[in-house]
Ligand binder design. Structure first.
Ligand code: C5P
Length: 224
């Protein structure tokens, strides 16, 4: 059966990863969360006190970073491993979210991650979510989705997600984090977040998860 590449880009907390994961499961595709990769790099930089402005330190750190996704045998969840250690919970915390956009704006970091992402998705049959998948990583993807949502709705969703993970965070702190990340992600020099010309925009503000999954699956059928 023919398989395609599905790129899902957009702002944080628009429902990208939850939708992408479910679409991948429905289509029998693999799912790659590129945000998790940038978060894992951020965690490593934090743990090893890497100075973000020091090119040599950054290059050395990148040489020592190995990121992979492994399926949790318990619940089938894809989890992020950094140098063999499960960091799935740690990378979702707010202190990482507060640093990740700065780290992912560093060109050397982007080059290293994009190269890995291209390798991971080269056989097609992949749903990859991020900020630059349709513009930089796979500009030839057969289907490109660009997700948006009202910022207050995004903040509420993020708060619920963090609460579920046991992190109680003030909504104001989340709104500030979302605004800061949007600004850095859209204005950075290297592959800024923007909608690819041929991407289809989906505003998820008032859509249920099922509706989001359904619409991407329908579009993927049409793209085959
Ligand atoms: O998707 P998530 O919110 O986990 O992404 C965390 C951060 O990683 C984003 O705010 C962005 O700074 C960065 N990122 C990126 N390019 C990607 C995916 C994520 O710059 N493809």
């Amino acid at each position: 059966m023919q398989k395609i590449t599905i790129a899902v880009d957009g702002y944080s907390s628009c429902g990208k990863s939850t939708t992408a994961k479910k679409v991948a499961a429905r289509l029998g595709y693999s799912y790659i969360d590129t945000g998790a990769m940038y978060r894992a790099v951020t965690l490593y930089f934090h743990q090893h006190l890497v100075t973000l402005t020091n090119d040599k330190e950054v290059a050395k750190a990148l040489d020592n970073i190995q990121i992979e996704f492994r399926r949790n045998a318990h619940d089938g969840r894809n989890e992020t491993y950094l140098n063999g250690l499960n960091v799935e919970d740690e990378i979702r915390k707010l202190y990482i979210a507060n640093k990740v956009s700065e780290v992912s704006a560093i060109p050397a970091v982007r080059h290293a991650m994009v190269a890995q992402q291209r390798k991971m998705g080269k056989k097609k049959g992949v749903v990859m979510d991020g900020r630059d998948i349709g513009t930089v990583v796979f500009p030839d993807a057969e289907l490109k989705i660009f997700m948006t949502a009202d910022p207050i709705i995004r903040a509420n969703r993020r708060q619920i997600e963090l609460n579920e993970r046991g992190e109680l965070v003030d909504i104001e702190d989340i709104i500030e984090n979302i605004k800061k990340r949007d600004l850095i992600d859209t204005t950075r020099a290297e592959s800024p977040l923007r909608k690819a010309e041929d991407a289809i925009e989906i505003d998820t503000s008032y859509m249920t998860l099922d509706e989001q999954v359904e619409s991407v699956c329908l579009l993927s059928d049409a793209a085959l």
